[in-house]
Design a binder for this molecule. Structure first.
Ligand code: PLP
Length: 232
């Protein structure tokens, strides 16, 4: 299948997920995760109609960002070390992996120097898997309150990664829990603007995530494929 075909196919699957759940496809932003593919493939994706690109490591992202920065919105979806903040902030439009105070402080300092405000999603480890980054769900409310002092950070939503399941339906409780957590935070955290975004769903499980309220789905393999380009 060509990239163009995969894009149409994914769009169709999202439309069907929306019609099953009474949602509107325009409320789900597809983010093409280009971490497994070359600059040329990332460019092809943009030519095919992709407008949002996600990457998770700056050294690999850099050539793609340089090639496409004027043509796509960039999302930083990987865990972010504090010493890499200077590389990423000012280039990526969204950070999906805000999960600790030290990172908030570093992002805020950098954004202040650049005179910008950075839309961030709080990464939440809903499944509780040891291997996953993110705040425990019960930490999300105090963390969100604590962000009040960082005026260069705009919390816009929540992000999670579900465990890989051979039966995607089994991821549903994770996605549902993230949506309920967002709604709960919006009820309790009067200090901030309501969180609108739910970044959830990957190649294996995006239809379930869409049914559960995802506003951003992060699609690598299913959309742009996977190439041997020496990315670890
Ligand atoms: C790699 C990655 C994705 C995309 O993975 P696929 O399963 O190939 O769609 C999505 N989100 C994050 C955080 C990733 O690191």
């Amino acid at each position: 299948m060509t990239l163009q075909h995969r894009l149409r196919d994914v769009e169709e699957r999202l439309r069907q997920a929306c019609s099953r759940s009474g949602r509107q496809p325009e409320n789900i932003q597809m983010i093409a995760v280009t971490k497994y593919v070359s600059v040329a493939t990332a460019q092809e994706a943009v030519r095919a109609g992709v407008t949002h690109v996600g990457e998770n490591r700056w050294p690999d992202a850099r050539p793609k960002w340089e090639a496409l920065k004027d043509q796509a919105v960039f999302h930083y979806i990987g865990s972010l070390q504090t010493n890499k903040v200077k590389d990423v902030i000012g280039k990526f439009d969204y950070v999906h992996s805000l999960d600790r105070e030290s990172l908030a402080e570093a992002i805020n300092d950098r954004a202040e120097k650049l005179g910008i405000v950075v839309p961030c999603l709080l990464q939440v480890n809903v499944s509780g898997e040891q291997s996953k980054h993110g705040l425990a769900p019960e930490q999300a409310l105090p963390f969100l309150h604590g962000l009040g002092k960082y005026d260069r950070i705009r919390p816009v939503g929540l992000m999670t990664m579900a465990p890989y399941e051979s039966e995607p339906e089994e991821t549903r409780p994770v996605f549902r829990a993230l949506r309920l957590l967002r709604d709960e935070l919006n009820g309790k955290a009067m200090t901030t603007e309501p969180l609108t975004e739910l970044s959830m769903g990957m190649s294996n499980d995006f239809e379930v995530a869409a049914e559960e309220g995802a506003t951003m789905v992060r699609l690598g393999t299913v959309l742009v494929g996977k190439e041997e380009i020496g990315v670890d």
